[in-house]
Design a protein around this ligand. Structure first.
Ligand SMILES: Nc1ncnc2c1ncn2[C@@H]1O[C@H](COP(=O)(O)OP(=O)(O)O)[C@@H](O)[C@H]1O
Ligand SMILES: [Mg+2]
Length: 310
């Protein structure tokens, strides 16, 4: 089996590219992170062992680290707290039990550097998210201040930028301002921590929601799947640094004659192993924690996952 499906006997609410969301009852959700990986928007056939655990561990670390900035949806990452039917050893380390939130219909993106679509806009229009920006910035340059650049949440296709006024139209002024201020502070604190460990957070996406009338941080936070992490020593304005986590995979794919449309090419074991090592290293460097100490490591009931190279 190329990829464990982690199918549970709970109502499946949403199957994303790499995660599954289940209804755990009592106003709770169960989020399961698989080891699947996508590149150029295509999900690879081979899982990257431990990727789901790394992403879960990293998000849990940030939820803790940022707890003084914002309330979060996270209730537990322990199998023991799951409904009995879901307490399966192969899920250890890759589950988040969360409070179900009324999600804001916007993606709360914060950018500290000129990358991706923001660089394309700046190059063409001289603006960042429709606002004037200093002249003469280069690709990957640091912005004078981190900026909140919300977008729509599109199920299919690309998210569309929203001006702050449009975000206000969607969620109301008070919530939009709260979401902006919270996102900027989460980014500032996360980027500060990351910088001290050799990573730049070029940009990141937060998903906020409302639980019991309170705005909380939901989904995942400051993971490689929601953020662009650059190795600080490879940052050089004028070019785009490699994305730390997916560099081995992207580089290998770039060397192929592949049209970046499904089906993906089969990945050689060395590429899978190198990619896995990057994820683990990013986690351990950012958090000063060892992945071996996280649930689901060998000797901790991880048998039968089907993805182990340990
Ligand atoms: N606490 C929560 N309550 C309700 N929905 C949530 C919560 N946390 C995350 N979500 C939603 O769960 C979904 C997770 O989907 P995801 O795995 O990112 O797949 P994709 O974005 O590829 O469709 C997103 O729509 C996100 O907004
Ligand atoms: Mg998503």
């Amino acid at each position: 089996m190329p990829s464990p499906s982690h199918t549970l006997e709970l109502p499946l609410l949403h199957a994303g590219k790499v995660r599954r969301l289940y209804d755990a009852g009592d106003g709770l959700l169960l989020m399961v992170a698989t080891d699947q990986i996508s590149a150029f928007d295509v999900v690879m056939a081979e899982p990257v062992p431990d990727k789901g655990r790394v992403l879960t561990a990293m998000a849990a670390f940030w939820f803790e680290h940022l707890a003084d900035v914002a309330a979060t949806h996270l209730v537990s990452t322990s199998l023991d707290d799951l409904p009995e039917r879901a307490r399966r050893p192969e899920l250890a380390g890759r589950v988040m039990l969360c409070r179900r939130a009324e999600m804001l219909p916007i993606e709360c993106i914060v950018r500290g550097y000129l990358a991706g679509s923001a660089w394309r806009e700046y190059r063409q229009e001289g603006t960042v998210h429709g606002e004037p920006a200093p002249a003469g910035l280069q690709e990957s340059d640091r912005l004078p201040e981190p900026v909140f650049t919300p977008s729509t949440k599109a199920d299919e296709g690309h998210d569309v930028n929203l001006s702050f006024a449009q975000a206000v139209d969607l969620v109301g002024r008070e919530v939009a301002e709260q979401a902006r201020d919270l996102s900027l502070e989460l980014y500032r604190r996360g980027a500060e921590r990351a910088a001290a460990r050799g990573f730049l957070v070029a940009d990141t996406k937060f998903e906020l929601g409302v639980v019991d009338g309170e705005l909380v941080v939901a989904d995942e936070v400051l993971t490689p799947d929601s953020s662009r992490f650059w190795p600080a020593e490879r940052w050089e304005p004028g070019s785009t640094p490699p994305s730390y986590d997916k560099e081995p995979l992207r580089q290998w794919l770039d060397g192929l004659d592949w049209d970046k449309a499904p089906p993906p090419p089969p990945l050689p074991p060395e590429v899978v192993a190198a990619t896995r090592a990057r994820y683990v290293e990013a986690y351990e460097r950012l958090t000063d924690r060892s992945l071996a100490a996280w649930p689901g490591s060998s000797g901790d009931g991880d048998a039968g996952d089907g993805g182990g190279d340990r």
